[in-house]
Design a protein around this ligand. Structure first.
Ligand code: ATP
Length: 435
């Protein structure tokens, strides 16, 4: 075990000076108070995996809140305390969040309930956690700085890339752990250990997922859908029959999973021509529902998302999809037709249309639009028309639309062309009226 002690100390000292100093300061403060203090959970897991993690959870034996207050006198961050749970958090100027809890024991009164809190030791703190890889602590008191506390075999599971629960009722006590197991397996590229897998299947068979509130399901989905490992997560959710448990009509095929896997490279293609931030969660949901019955869409999407605008965008994308595809496949299509078909759609819809279809020409036209047409804007404005002596009215829209069409078709180029053309159009329209 002594080599592990040295490893963690070295690993911590190899982190940024900011973080290693922070841990030393915290350990030093606990020493002066005569308390034991540990970093725990995700930070320890990521430290052992050499993954960056700037959010640190501390467990202190004793009162977490007064310790956090003392610690923040040195750190000068923003302190928040949660008296009912005996926990506190400090947000540092650089955005890192430190959570400080008292070592405690938790009881679960009945499945999926909020835990009741009672003070206890580090073992109890670690035992209430979800997976062995998240159940390790590192002591940071100066004399034991870097000592790994691993009661449940977390280090071995990290080495074997395994997600494992501590006991068989874990998913019954808290079914949201099912989503967490899937998320960690995908994100870290770990396997869910066989017995843990069978506990998940039993919990799902016993309808434990119905005990999770819709809000919690949506929170978990948001995390799963925005992670790079999303297609593996979706594969796992499918293999556990989670989608059909969420909505009986949601039958995810392997083809859908492949398309979700392709999303990342499609997004990269689009990023070359538009670096606007893309809502990946929307895209994943669009792709998940790509062949879902339209009349049941609205009710089903709400199981995954609770954002009105987002839901509307997804619905529009799915309802318009076939129309967009058929219009783009018509013969003799010109630039302005491509523009008209696509320019009202949000970037996520365009990416989805590109990713979802298999037709070469459709992909080609969407990409052509992205590269050559999407950013075409008129320079000429209503004010310019006024300066030409044109009376404001519906004629403005007519003129501006006609100029835009010419510009998209590549017949005119710059502001000078536009104004000249506006004048010409005005005179033509005037003549028609005069006649
Ligand atoms: P991430 O990088 O996603 O933040 P994390 O492990 O820090 O990973 P959190 O959700 O912030 O994830 O949880 C912090 C710690 O709290 C976990 O490492 C785990 O030990 C514990 N934990 C979180 N959720 C649960 C749960 N539902 N049941 C048991 N323990 C949990």
């Amino acid at each position: 075990e002594s080599t592990e002690i040295i490893n963690c100390k070295e690993k911590i000292l190899n982190l940024s000076k900011e973080i290693s100093d922070l841990l030393k300061t915290t350990g030093g403060l606990a020493d002066t108070l005569g308390k034991k203090v540990y970093v725990v959970g995700g930070f320890v897991r990521d430290l052992l995996l050499n993954r960056e993690n700037f959010d640190i959870d501390f467990v202190i034996e004793g009162d977490g809140i007064s310790f956090a207050e003392r610690l923040n006198e040195t750190l000068s961050g923003t302190l928040m305390t949660h008296k009912e749970f005996g926990t506190a958090s400090i947000t540092l100027a650089n955005g890192s969040v430190l959570d400080i809890v008292s070592a405690r024991r938790e009881y679960y009164e009945y499945p999926a309930a909020l835990p009741t809190v009672e003070k206890s030791s580090i073992w109890n703190d670690l035992f209430r956690r979800d997976f062995t890889i998240n159940c390790m602590a590192i002591q940071i008191n100066i004399a034991n700085f870097g000592k790994l506390i691993d009661f449940f075999g977390g280090l071995e599971d990290i080495r074997n890339k395994r997600i494992r629960v501590l006991y068989n009722l874990s998913f019954i006590e808290d079914p949201t752990r099912i989503f967490r197991a899937i998320r960690f397996a995908s994100r870290l590229d770990f396997e869910i250990e066989e017995q843990t897998k069978s506990f998940i299947m039993e919990a799902i068979k016993d309808h434990m997922l119905t005990k999770v509130t819709n809000d919690r399901v949506r929170e978990e989905m948001a995390q799963i859908f925005t992670d790079k490992g999303v297609s593996k997560s979706i594969f796992l959710m499918k293999s556990f029959n989670i989608f059909t448990a969420i909505h009986s009509d949601l039958n995810i095929t392997n083809e859908t999973i492949t398309k979700i896997d392709n999303l990342w490279s499609t997004i990269e293609k689009f990023h070359r021509f538009d670096n606007k931030k893309i809502d990946i969660q929307l895209l994943v949901i669009m792709q998940l529902f790509h062949s879902f019955p339209l009349n049941k869409l609205s009710e089903a999407i709400q199981k995954f998302l609770n954002n009105k605008q987002g839901i509307v965008n997804i619905q529009i994308a799915l309802k318009e999809k076939e129309k967009v595809y058929t219009s783009l496949l018509k013969d003799d299509i010109d630039k302005y037709t491509i523009y008209s078909i696509l320019h009202n759609h949000c970037l996520e819809s365009l990416i989805f249309y590109y990713n979802d279809c298999t037709e070469y020409y459709i992909k080609h036209y969407i990409m052509y639009y992205m590269i050559n047409l999407k950013n075409i804007k008129l320079k000429v404005t209503g004010r310019d028309l006024l300066n030409l002596g044109i009376q404001p009215g519906p004629i403005y829209k007519k003129i501006l639309d006609t100029i835009l069409k010419s510009k998209v078709m590549g017949e005119i180029y710059d502001e000078h062309d536009e104004i000249e053309y506006a004048n010409k159009l005005y005179n033509e329209l005037k003549e028609i009226k005069d006649v």
